[in-house]
Design a protein around this ligand. Sequence first.
Ligand SMILES: [Zn+2]
Length: 315
Amino acid sequence: MNIKLNKPFAANSAVDEFDVRQMKKALNRLGYYQPYEKTGITGIPDADVFSALKSFQKDQGLQATGTARPGDETVSKLSSEAGKKKSGKYIWRAVGDNKVRDSHAELDGTVRDLADSPDPGEEFNCRCWAEFSTPEGLQQELISEVNDSTPKWMEEDFTNHFYNGNGQAITLSQTGYLGEIIEKAREVMFHRVEDQVADKMREIKSGKLVYTTENSYPRLVEVFYVFGGGTIRTKTEGMVTKDGDILSITATVEYEYYDVFTDPVSIREITPLVFSSNPDEAFDWYVKITDFGGTYYVITDRWKTRMLGSIKLTN
Ligand SMILES: [Zn+2]
């Protein structure tokens, strides 16, 4: 980028309209200047362009005057820095009136790279500009409180409950494992839910989003042997808004954990084989061990996250 000022550039002097455009465009490319949405980049010397210049000078170790003169150090530094910035994502913005050329109206709201051509503001009298808030994807933040009881249940506690609990359901939080299960779920499934919600967003584009999933997560077993084949259902509810090809969402995701404790330390499967190699005898043992009693019980719990973020409509 080669900025050539025609006149001194200062808030208190009669500036050149083309100078203002050049300065705004360079400062915009570097992320210092954002024009008013209704006007876009114009030759009008608004206060923001001078304060943007001041910030740029400060960051460059130049005297922060907010002014420049043809061919001075500020101008050459601004030219070289804007020229050096050759990559990075931005959103193309166009003024929403009927004077915008069709090709730029089409680019409005699209994610571009600084390497792409044309540049906003590059073509004759173009008022378009770059906005540097690019989509970063979807994120989830836990909004439920985790009140895990301590100490955590041990193996014998789960077994005890099998024999003495009369099948009464328990929660993860009662056993002290809710926090760990949530952490594990964050590792193995949160991103999957985000991907699925992103697909759903692209499908509906805007409006109310309701999306449910149901999956088994055998890998949660690493947390504790008891949690073998836990199922986690999710329900995402929120609103999707569309701006150009950027889709944004605010939603809550409800996670519901469900598991059944049926067989303490797999005693029924293992014991017959240990006691006998005769299948008939083994079956007898199986029946006897079943007679030891015990009632299966379910382990459940739920938690909520807030999902926020933006994605691109395409890709
Ligand atoms: Zn334009």
